[in-house]
Write a protein that binds this ligand. Sequence first.
Ligand code: PAF
Length: 291
Amino acid sequence: MQRLAKKWQRAGTRIGLVPTMGYLHAGHLSLVQRARQAIGQRGVVVVSIYVNPTQFGPQEDFSRYPRDLKRDLKLCRDAGVDVVFTPGDGEMYPRWGEAPDEPAREDARPTSGFSTYVVEEKLSQGMEGAARPTHFRGVTTVVAKLFNLIQPEVAMFGQKDFQQAAIIKRMVADLNFPVRIVVAPTRREPDGLAMSSRNKYLVGDLRRQATILWCAIQMARATVKKSRTFPAVKLTAAVKKLVACEPDARLDYVEFFEPDTLAPVAEVRRGTQMALAVFVGRTRLVDNAQL
Ligand code: PAF
């Protein structure tokens, strides 16, 4: 991949990257479209597909995360993607002294021979960082690796993972990666549910209950519209109560904060960013919006 990227760069070919964990949906495909717009018809759009083990906690859904490479490749081809990069664990997290294609020992974790990480220390403290302590370390590390491998001029991320996008922008600025980060709006289902590969887990009534995240955002928006400013603690309590109306939903957190700094606010007003995580059955969903 790196050799190819260097060849493209020598030829003056512009590179746009859409990093994904696969099981692609319309949200990913809109990022592909934006990447194409950004680099033009003569540039190359690369989609990376890699379910990154280091961003999953030990009790999380790494092993059951949805995967369907054949379907993803067809979607990429139809969307005009030039290259799909699908590395294996042995290439991304080399086990020292072993060939990359050598099968791992049964008991070995995919990352057992890897010991260098990229860590953002401020923006990753709250929300997803507090709920999933090693998550962002895994994200920044794998994204830094993808930037080094693919050397894109522009890389696209979805706004659904608002905190992730903020952290990646900070990492790029702090470490001088020569890449422009574009954050594209969240794509939603007709009933407001944010598109996500994990929506596949939502079967039967859980799919209906999952719209509670969007309902909570709408409620917060209506409150701000009516009251101009509103205490964050009161709005937090209202969201908690609303989520509790669904039998299988449990609020993990809701936060109201400044979109640029991610600093929590005491008073919610127009322009405040809201983010929440909710378990619907065993599935943990996240969403966010500017109020
Ligand atoms: O947002 C995602 O799908 C992942 O966190 C990313 C950026 C591809 C890193 O694995």
